[in-house]
Design a protein around this ligand. Sequence first.
Ligand code: PMV
Length: 296
Amino acid sequence: MNIKASAPGKLLLFGEHAVVYGYPCIVTTVSPRVYVEVEKNSGPLKIEAPQVKDTIFVEEAIKHFCEKYKVDNKILIKTFSNFSSKFGLGSSSAVTVATIKALSKFYGIETSKKEIFDLGYKVIRTIQKVGSGFDIASAIYGKTIYYVSGGQIIETLSVKDLSLVIGYSGIKADTASIVKNLEFRIHNSESEYKKIFSKIGKIVEEAKISLVNSDWKKTGELMNQNHKLLQELGVSTEKLDNMCFSAVSAGAYGAKLSGAGGGDCMIALTPKNKIKNVESAIINAGGEIINAKINV
Ligand code: PMV
């Protein structure tokens, strides 16, 4: 018997970093997915994951699942992905969720979304030590969600026709070390950072409304403001700043880095008739365009 499951990648629209400190964020899914197959193996656990350099997320997901549901791990697991892990689109969280879903099906154990979340979040925390779990929630719930750390709130937002251009900066960011570095800096001037987080929190609340109302002008302005605050947090880079600035100059409603910063991707909310211009501007600023459907 050969069982399959999959989970999508993600992009943070608003609220990165502040979400680690108790504020909400808004995250959407992208069309590229990670696929996991499970079959019985006569010998011990075997993992075939030709596209990834380490299989730690798959291993931890299997370990936590087998411990929780008291099943053996005499299985062969294969993973496939139609996007590169270098983009920072959430391949680790997607492979974690897809593994848990595949194991649930394989062992005939019914698991609720909340149970998959709790297990997936544990896996991420065990490996990275930090993180709000927004990426795990996104891979499970899909579409666009409003999220508060630890899954305290997971609310699906009815967002239509989100027109985003995604630009990859060419630099792979190490999320866990950026989060830890910020935590270290916060110790020295807590009140200053708290003010920034609180401003980001307000932007997320406004964006929750503007996104649902398809008020793209307002949403774009909020993206620009959010990016400025991320600059103040010291997590943006010159390359990301240039890509965002170029996108807005070429007609995007607004643009910001997406995720931890330090590299990975930026996003530009763009009127349909300006997409080609914005894509060219991002390429001229040294970025690479990632073609993916959003909010799937
Ligand atoms: O780098 P990404 O796309 O995994 O996003 C990280 C977002 C943070 O808020 C910085 C961390 C987190 O776990 O919420």
